[in-house]
Design a protein around this ligand. Structure first.
Ligand SMILES: [Zn+2]
Length: 169
């Protein structure tokens, strides 16, 4: 007797669950329908079933078919927002750095200039190396043209040898 009651109770619960599930599904469907109906054109404000993504002056807008002619169609998969943002960030970071580097360039005959200035001051490679806190091998490589000194090293050499190794662009 008790078993049967329990069984029927279980069945009821299952039925209720199934009903509930169906109800949720229909609700979800309804929501999606409403979501599509709610789409609004960002240009004319008209409510349409489906909006198109277009680009005007790098701004992406969701618009109706009529307004889509005002811009270029956007392929949603072509460039994800994250990539676009990242690319933009790289560009904005690189610009100032490049501008600074373009002001001065290392002269082509820097090996000669360093060697001549050093000899003019009566210094050995190791003396110059000590003055600018570098290894003698670094001076040797610079004077043979086998090593291009970076900005910091160029500045140290210019100061120690009282010469200019850069040209203004
Ligand atoms: Zn429109």
């Amino acid at each position: 007797m008790e078993d049967r009651w329990r069984e029927s109770c279980y069945r009821d619960k299952q039925a209720l669950k199934q009903e509930r599930k169906e109800y949720d599904e229909s609700k979800a469907e309804k929501n999606t329908e409403e979501g599509i109906k709610m789409a609004t054109c960002e240009i004319c404000g008209k409510t349409v079933n489906r909006t198109k993504k277009i680009k005007i002056d790098r701004v992406v807008l969701e618009v109706c078919d009529q307004c889509a002619v005002y811009g270029e169609p956007v392929e949603e998969t072509a460039m994800p927002t994250s990539t676009a943002v990242r690319t933009q960030r790289i560009f904005s970071q690189k610009k100032p750095e490049k501008a600074i580097k373009e002001e001065y360039v290392l002269v082509d005959d820097y090996p000669d200039r360093v060697r001549k200035a050093r000899q003019h001051l009566g210094l050995e490679q190791k003396d110059l190396a000590k003055m600018i806190n570098e290894k003698q091998s670094v001076i040797s490589k610079i004077e043979s043209g086998g090593f291009q000194p970076d900005d910091a090293l160029v500045k140290k050499l210019e100061k120690a040898l009282k010469i200019s190794l850069r040209d203004k662009v």
